[in-house]
Design a protein around this ligand. Structure first.
Ligand code: CTP
Length: 213
């Protein structure tokens, strides 16, 4: 299969030295790309800024902002049989980006923010028979909110995790997730290395891939 994976955070520039971002390390997406490559798939990895090396044999496309990530996903979508959106896309960006470094002033600074592109929302009408997998990082029981996102974004499956657990989510080597399918089937995977979670996700995609993409 041709599998498109997104990974890592995006950065939304405030000025040449400052940005808004999040704590994603990219490890989950890179683990998925590595496992998919090992299973013999052709893998493209669209990556936000991370401190990870590119898995050998994987084509990596670097992006910085949500806008760039959206453009890269839409450009690669016709190519792929499956999209796995592990990237932690920033939800807001500053309405204006200063070309010069902002100087400190007396008193507070107010930043006006606008929504970034909803990448999976843009993919939804173009999906066809492709398998599309999303992620939902929540604090507290992630299943109700992930189920809502699965249906709102027309996904085939969503990987839900509770990032308030110490061994799950951002900046750790392990994760604990629930895989939720469009028909409501759920499967819980207790705390395990991200490579093991990645293997379960790739195996799920292989089982559900449709021939006539
Ligand atoms: N996602 C996306 N575009 C965005 C934000 C998120 O495509 N602008 C994708 C993520 O890659 C993930 C899924 O949508 O696969 C859910 O991301 P999440 O941030 O949990 O969902 P949101 O819809 O942004 O909801 P909220 O932040 O309000 O919880």
């Amino acid at each position: 299969m041709k599998i498109l994976v997104t990974a890592g955070p995006t950065r939304e520039a405030i000025d040449p030295v400052r940005f808004l971002s999040n704590r994603s390390s990219g490890r989950m997406g890179y683990a998925i790309a590595t496992v998919a490559r090992d299973a013999g798939h052709i893998v493209r990895l669209i990556s936000g800024p991370v401190a990870l090396s590119t898995p050998t044999g994987v084509e990596r496309i670097d992006v910085i902002s949500a806008h760039e990530l959206a453009a890269a996903v839409l450009a690669a979508l016709p190519w792929c049989d499956a999209l796995i959106m592990a990237a932690a896309v920033a939800d807001w960006r500053p309405v204006t980006t200063s070309d010069v470094k902002l100087k400190k002033q007396a008193g507070p600074l107010t930043l006006e923010l606008e929504r970034t592109e909803d990448v999976l929302g843009l993919v939804q009408p173009l999906k066809g028979n492709r398998i599309v997998v999303g992620f939902a990082a929540e604090t507290g029981d992630p299943v109700p909110e992930a189920t809502r996102k699965l249906s709102a974004k027309g996904l085939d499956m969503i990987v839900a995790n509770d990032i308030s657990q110490p061994n799950a989510g951002f900046e750790v080597e392990t994760n604990a997730v629930t895989l939720i399918e469009a028909d409501g089937t759920t499967r819980q995977i207790d705390t395990a290395p991200k490579a093991k979670i990645a293997a379960a996700i790739v195996a799920w995609v292989e089982r559900h891939a449709r021939r006539d993409v």
